[in-house]
Design a protein around this ligand. Structure first.
Ligand SMILES: Cc1cc2nc3c(=O)[nH]c(=O)nc-3n(C[C@H](O)[C@H](O)[C@H](O)COP(=O)(O)OP(=O)(O)OC[C@H]3O[C@@H](n4cnc5c(N)ncnc54)[C@H](O)[C@@H]3O)c2cc1C
Length: 411
């Protein structure tokens, strides 16, 4: 009998459990897989750090600042802006605020015109963090049109950039989300921890009591203050069971319909030399299959052994064909970007992640962290938004509910 059982050692479950423990509440975490982190894990492969799918942290995420010791993560930053492959050549756009000279350079390179500079300035003034968003909600695609960006900037820069963030080819995503991400990118840094994205989860897990995370234990049923494990054991919680099992599993355990999935595929390559710098490289032509490339070892040298480079080539969705066909198609595309050296790269791994995020159309964003029934709380990114920030917030809100209930029970 624990005070609280948390299902899932992803960021939501770990943050919830860490906060409960810090309030003197005895928590046990039950995790189906063989490690902590859920969708945010890093594997050590031949001296490379391979995250499970390409992902990044925005160091301005309000909930990350609240939940994490960012300094201890030894964050390494991408260079702001982007390199865009479009119409047979690579063009660079810098951060207009931090590097004002990049604006005339981008205009000279044919990336947009004065109308786009005006649209970006308007967006900067209007974009707000999610919690304070008040503008009428529409789709991200419509938001970019309403701001008045030219077709070229929308199609060549903004769509590939935000397709890569939301994994939604049509940008049928709440405009409040694209506003939030734009404001994070404009005001903060895009980073990865030196020890890989999995270090975020490890930091949270280190705040729990030794032996309180039970790996390789799948919950098959949730009762009021109890869980049944696949092994046949039943565990009991005095105050609450918190379901933080990732959107699809959480919905199944809660008995509610799951939203649609947004998928992602990442090809990890090792190379003798780096094909690009610290900026993200975008497919401005929209030909695919690769939507964006990041040289992780340029951003964080610890991601690769000395003298080697680690390249993440990311696709939105799950491209058809087997690994050999996808690898061949990616190399054909990237040879036009980086030249014939692409054929010397070694393919380390392909991550095909069906359930990377959930669909987040307008109207889907209200917080769903709640008591489902007596002694059962629903949490996880599906109850906030599909991001590290959303998962951490979902964990904190679940902890707040449980703490309030335990305090009330003692009075
Ligand atoms: C490829 C990819 C790219 C992404 N890019 C970004 C990005 O750049 N920036 C960003 O902010 N976010 C990004 N995200 C989203 C972000 O990673 C997630 O929103 C967040 O990690 C979700 O955390 P969670 O704890 O809610 O769920 P999860 O991480 O899914 O954790 C749920 C845990 O529950 C466990 N579990 C499931 N069922 C059971 C069961 N029955 N019993 C016990 N345990 C169970 C799972 O094994 C898992 O460990 C990305 C995600 C992916 C996959």
């Amino acid at each position: 009998m624990a005070d609280v059982i948390v299902i899932g050692a992803g960021l939501a479950g770990l943050n919830c459990a860490a906060l409960l423990r810090e309030h003197g509440i005895d928590v046990e975490v039950v995790e189906a897989s063989d490690g902590v982190g859920g969708r945010v894990r890093t594997d050590h492969v031949d001296g490379f750090l391979l995250d499970r799918g390409f992902q990044v942290l925005f160091d301005g995420y309000p909930e990350a600042k609240r939940a994490l010791d960012l300094d201890a993560l030894d964050l390494k930053a991408f260079q702001p802006g982007a390199d865009i492959w479009w119409d047979g050549r690579m063009r660079t756009i810098g951060h207009p605020l931090r590097d004002p000279r990049s604006v005339p350079q981008a205009l000279k390179a044919g990336i947009g015109g004065p109308g786009d500079v005006k649209a970006a300035a308007t967006w900067l003034r209007q974009a707000k963090p999610l919690a304070t968003a008040t503008a009428p909600e529409t789709t991200a695609d419509q938001r970019l049109r309403d701001l008045g960006f030219s077709d070229a900037v929308r199609e060549r820069l903004l769509r590939p950039l935000y397709r890569g963030v939301f994994l939604d080819p049509d940008l049928n995503v709440s405009s409040h989300l694209i506003d939030q991400v734009f404001s994070q990118m404009a005001s903060g840094r895009t980073v990865v921890p030196a020890r890989g994205m999995g270090a975020i989860a490890e930091q949270l897990a280190a705040r729990l009591a030794g032996g309180s995370i039970h790996l390789n234990e799948r919950v098959t049923k949730v009762g009021e203050g109890s869980v049944e494990l696949a092994s046949g054991t039943t565990l009991h919680a005095e105050h609450a069971v918190v379901i933080a099992a990732g959107t699809v599993d959480a919905c199944a355990l809660a008995g509610i319909p799951a939203p649609d999935a947004r998928s992602s595929t990442c090809l990890w390559y090792a190379a003798a030399s780096s094909p690009a710098g610290k900026r993200i490289v975008l497919d401005g032509d929209g030909t695919g299959p690769v939507n964006n490339v990041a040289v992780m070892s340029e951003v964080a040298p610890s991601y690769a052994p000395a003298g080697q480079s680690l390249i993440a080539a990311s696709c939105v969705g799950l491209p058809a064909g087997d690994d050999a066909a996808l690898d061949a198609a990616a190399r054909t595309q990237l040879t036009t970007w980086f030249g014939s050296r692409v054929h010397t790269w070694d393919l380390l791994r392909i991550d095909r992640i069906e359930w990377a995020q959930h669909a987040q159309p307008p109207g889907s964003l209200s917080s769903g962290v709640r008591w489902l029934r007596d002694k059962v709380v629903l949490s996880g990114d599906g109850t906030e938004n599909a991001s590290i920030d959303g998962a951490l917030r979902a964990g904190r809100r679940a902890a707040d509910l449980v703490i309030a209930a335990t305090v009330a029970a003692k009075v």
